[in-house]
Structures are given as C-alpha cells and as structure tokens.
Design a protein around this ligand. Structure first.
Ligand SMILES: [Zn+2]
Length: 264
C-alpha cells in the first residue's frame, strides 16, 4: 500500500467523520427546535381534551349539576369533531333583526348508516350550503356518545322545521334563502340505526337498550325539559323525514325518569 493509498483512506475517514458530525449536529438542532412541538400534541392530550370538549355544556347552561353526582351510569364518550363548514354560530337575531330568545329543544334522529359513515360525511368539507349537515352527538349501537358539534354551535340537523310546543309554533329564519328551521335553538342527537334499517322501510328492529340508556344520560346532562324533546319527524315540514323510525318512547322515558331532576 503506497502513500497515495494511505492518503485516500485518510480522506475517506475524515470525510466520514465530518459527515457523522454534521448529521449529529443537524439531528440535535432538529430535536431542539422541532421535537417539543411534536411532543406537545400526543394522543394522550387529544384524549384528555375530549371530556372537556364534551362537557363544554357546563359553560353554556346545559348541565343539571344535581344529576352529575347521583348518576351511576356513565357511557363511553369520544369526540369526532365535524369540519367547521358543517356547522355555524347560533344567532341572537334573525335575518330581519328580531331577537331570537328560544329555549333549547332536543331533536332526535337516526343515522340510517353506520356511525363512521355519518362521521365521514360531517368531517368532509362542504362549501355548498345545500350539502352541509351535522348533529351535535351520535349514540352508537354500544351506547358510546360521540360528540360531533360543540353544543354552543348551531348544527345543521333539520332544515325546514317548526317546533309546535306548549308556547305555540317556534322556528327561526336565519337565512332568507332557506325555509325557517329549529336549528338555531336545537340540540341534535342521532341514534345509530340497526343494520336491518339501512333502507327506506317505515320500520326496523329498533335501538339497543344501551342506546336508550345513553340517550337518557345525555338528556339528563342538559337543561332541556322532557316536553322539549322531539323527533325530527315531528318538527319536519318538508314531509320527507320519518326519523328516528321505531323509536320506543316509553322505554326512553323509563330511563330518563331515573334521573332525580327528571322525576315528575
Ligand atoms: Zn333527521
């Protein structure tokens, strides 16, 4: 091996060492500058954020705190927020400047398809008004409560609708291009349909016992009275909505009345 070969080897070794040093320096710089941000959004944070988002209603007058401590049932909960194009702000005045002061109502729906199919629709960006739709919450077959739209926001669950309750007809025009609707003061909850209901038939095999339990639990977290809980079919004025089909009111009320604040 001649001098020239040794020189070549030295050049290789020095180049290798410089490359390693440069790599270490770059990696260290990357860690210092970028790693804290990566660490700042771990899955655990998202999971922790979920209950606070879910319990946002406390700040918006939705919670009966009296029920919180006494309830023994508590359903699994998760958050799957809708794309912001699919919900909006609740208005304080209508399209003509009249103040909107309705109390909340709860409107019950069914998904027809699976929870994931509904969530995919709501998480898709919909620039056209006609395509926008959402519920505040979905109750899956196993009773899991999935929060889609924050309760203080206006979900697009029931266009062309009127609530005809103890105070007479209640509805709001928030956009003169659309029929009046209850969306501005509605809390929309949708039950996941059984697989034999994935069609237009008038009935299906119904909802699970756990879905009724979770629905009663969810309603007991709110200040919405029993008389202001309705179905989409009842408030609909487009004559096209029948949901939630095969809903068993007595079964639901049996669970709802187990909450102290809901006893007559
Ligand atoms: Zn509906």
């Amino acid at each position: 091996m001649g001098d020239q070969s040794w020189f070549k080897i030295r050049v290789y070794v020095v180049t290798f060492c410089l490359a390693m040093a440069a790599t270490i320096a770059l990696a260290t710089t990357y860690r210092v500058f970028f790693e804290p941000q990566v660490v700042a959004a771990p899955v655990a944070d998202v999971v922790e954020a979920a209950p606070s988002a879910a319990h946002d209603p406390v700040e918006h007058g939705f919670i009966y705190t009296a029920d919180q401590g006494r309830s023994t049932y508590s359903p699994p909960e998760r958050v799957a927020l809708a794309d912001p194009s699919n919900y909006g702000e609740r208005y304080t005045v209508d399209a003509y400047g009249n103040p909107l002061t309705h109390d909340y109502i709860a409107v019950l729906h069914e998904t027809v398809w699976s929870a994931n199919s509904a969530i995919n629709t709501f998480q898709t960006y919909h620039p056209r008004d006609a395509d926008q739709s959402s519920y505040h919450a979905i109750i899956d077959r196993d009773g899991t409560v999935i929060y889609i739209v924050p309760p203080e926001k206006r979900a697009f669950g029931a266009g062309d609708s009127v609530f005809d309750g103890p105070n007479g007809p209640e509805t709001a025009v928030t956009n003169p291009q659309f029929a009046p609707s209850v969306n501005n003061f509605a809390y929309h909850i949708s039950l996941v349909t059984p697989s034999d209901g994935q069609n237009n038939a008038p009935t299906h095999s119904g909802y699970t016992d756990t879905q009724y339990k979770s629905l009663a639990w969810l309603m007991a977290q709110t200040t919405i009275p029993k008389e202001r809980i309705v179905t989409h079919a009842v408030v609909d004025r487009s004559h096209s909505r029948q949901d939630p089909r095969s809903f068993n009111w007595p079964h639901f009320l049996e669970y709802l009345q187990q909450y102290p604040s809901r006893q007559a």
